[in-house]
Design a protein around this ligand. Structure first.
Ligand code: ZN
Ligand code: FE
Length: 241
């Protein structure tokens, strides 16, 4: 039994994610912000949708939730803390809750920083992490609502996940993140190898994600920051880069 995760490119540089429990065929879409490409991806995968998972309230993650649920009646799951500013939720979740997709179980992880109510979903059966705008490949979300301390705590939880976890994030930001990462950590051999891989993937028109958590831990300047002050420093530099 496993969970597969397929990126669905939407808007300018967002990814929704199509999750499938291979044992039962149960299907979920994560962060549906644009209807037509998401509906097409669900149709191409067999026309079944059980669940919509929302990582946070920003429009580029939730805008087509009601359009998709009208086409495929399903269960909408999002953070209880942000229920007032998310589309109507069928299940409001908190840290440590689990969501069932077929026979697979996803665990809810609170990851404040980019927004206060941000959550991630971790499926050990992938293992797959839906990291929203918390963790990007070679980057992390801007601190729009939270503090560096919030983000440091969130990233510490994600770093502790298994190294083979597939990190499924909300944006194709990897190439621009790579330029910054190389500027602050030019002698990191693992980073240089990853950047070469990313450039080849993008030149071939392919997504640079999902990435592997073990690779992120060796290359992502925000995961490499050893303490809150260092993370605040790196985040501040990236904001001005
Ligand atoms: Zn966002
Ligand atoms: Fe976003």
């Amino acid at each position: 039994m496993t969970i597969t995760a397929q990126p669905v490119p939407i808007l300018n540089d967002n990814y929704a994610w199509l999750l499938k429990d291979t044992e039962t065929g149960a299907t979920a879409i994560v962060d549906p912000a644009e209807g037509p490409p998401i509906i097409a991806a669900i149709e191409a995968a067999g026309g079944r949708l059980d669940m919509i998972l929302l990582t946070h309230h920003h429009g580029d993650h939730v805008a087509a939730t009601d359009e998709v649920r009208a086409r495929f009646p399903c269960t909408v799951v999002g953070a209880a803390a942000d229920a007032h500013r998310l589309p109507k939720l069928d299940i409001a979740v908190r840290e440590g809750d689990t969501v069932a997709l077929g026979n697979a179980r996803g665990r809810v992880i609170d990851t404040p920083g980019h927004t206060n109510g941000q959550i991630n979903f971790f499926f050990p059966e992938g293992p797959v992490l839906l990291s929203g705008d918390t963790l990007f490949s070679l980057g992390c979300g801007r601190l729009i609502e939270g503090t560096a301390a919030d983000m440091f705590g969130s990233l510490a939880k994600l770093k502790a996940l298994p190294g083979d976890t597939l990190v499924c994030c909300g944006h194709e930001y990897t190439e621009s993140n790579a330029r910054f990462a190389l500027a602050v950590d030019p002698d990191n051999a693992a980073l240089r190898a990853r950047v070469a891989e990313v450039r080849a993937q993008r030149a071939a028109g392919k997504p640079s994600v999902p990435s592997r958590m073990a690779d992120e831990c060796q290359t992502n300047p925000f995961l490499l920051a050893p303490d809150i002050a260092s993370l605040a420093d790196v985040r501040g530099k990236k904001d001005k880069f």
